[in-house]
Design a protein around this ligand. Structure first.
Ligand code: FES
Length: 292
């Protein structure tokens, strides 16, 4: 793990990066000075980020916030042009604009036992929800899934708010080999009390998880990772179908009943800009800084 931290006491300008950490070979964590957002943030909400004046806007989940320091924390993986561009910024540099907190907060109340099923970077969104659920008196069981053991994030934090944490990896390098749905199915088969499942991760993982809980009538909530542009209900980019009705993930969600969400359509829409993204990433004006 490589950590970068601003040791100067220079006063921060809005949206200045105050801490940058590479938490795995591909995942970055940024702590950003944004006191207004930190003051209002709630679990389940997200941000729309515009890295530079000419950049595109894109959504990222709010993973943590510190009202006293006026900072917010985000995690991201450099997978496309926008996230690669964000990854080029260094400590002390400013992000052009951050809109947030956006979206409806998670419905936090006492459910009983809640399983947090987290796939990859979904853990960044799941952590504040798990923390709030624990504070509301729930028992939280966390399932963390990733391709391999180097890709887990927030393990200590999730452990601190969970009564149990179970792992799965595609390659078997940590926990059970395979998917977290197998662990979830095992808990259901053992007749463990499960009052609610929160599933956050890649769309396909959320779809498969919702099919595990559906036959047992276990209420399942997913945070839909739709394409977003304005994040305020005006552009229509985040259209999703839930219970046969068109909803905007940004203002009606991002959390929906996973048993009613049309994941196949969501997956199709997410794929529709893949070729443009490839061109932007490899044909754009990349000015790679080396942070490590
Ligand atoms: Fe534009 Fe939701 S992101 S309507």
């Amino acid at each position: 793990m490589v950590m970068f931290e601003d040791k100067t006491n220079a006063p921060c300008e809005l949206f200045t990066i105050v801490k940058k950490e590479k938490v795995s070979s591909v995942i970055n964590r940024l702590v950003i000075y944004a006191p207004d957002i930190a003051a209002k943030a709630q679990a389940g909400q997200f941000l729309i980020i515009k890295t530079r004046e000419t950049s595109e806007r894109f959504p990222l989940t709010l993973s943590d916030w510190n009202k006293k320091d006026g900072t917010i924390t985000i995690f991201f993986r450099e997978t496309g042009f926008s996230t690669t561009e964000l990854g080029q910024l260094c400590i002390g540099e400013k992000i052009q604009s951050i809109a947030g907190p956006l979206g409806n907060p998670s419905e936090i109340r006492k459910y009983g036992t809640v399983v947090m099923a987290c796939g990859g970077l979904g853990t960044a969104a799941a952590y504040p929800i798990a923390r709030a659920l624990k504070e509301a008196g729930n028992t939280v069981i966390t399932l963390l899934g990733a391709r391999d053991k180097t890709l887990f994030i927030l393990e200590k934090e999730m452990s601190s708010v969970s009564s149990a944490v179970m792992y799965s990896t595609d390659d078997g390098s940590k926990g059970q080999k395979g998917q977290i749905t197998t662990i979830l199915q095992g808990l259901i088969d053992k007749k463990e009390q499960i009052d609610l499942v929160f599933v956050i991760g890649p769309s396909i993982m959320m779809m498969v998880t919702s099919e595990v809980t559906r036959p047992f009538g276990i209420k399942t909530i997913s945070s839909l990772n739709a394409i977003m542009v304005d994040g305020m209900g005006m552009c229509g980019a985040c259209r999703v179908t839930v219970d046969g009705q068109t909803k905007f993930a940004c203002v009606d969600g991002p959390e929906f009943d996973a048993h009613k969400a049309n994941f196949k359509e969501l997956i199709q829409r997410l794929k529709s800009y893949a070729s443009e993204e490839k061109i932007a990433l490899h044909g754009g004006n990349c000015q790679c800084h080396n942070h490590t």
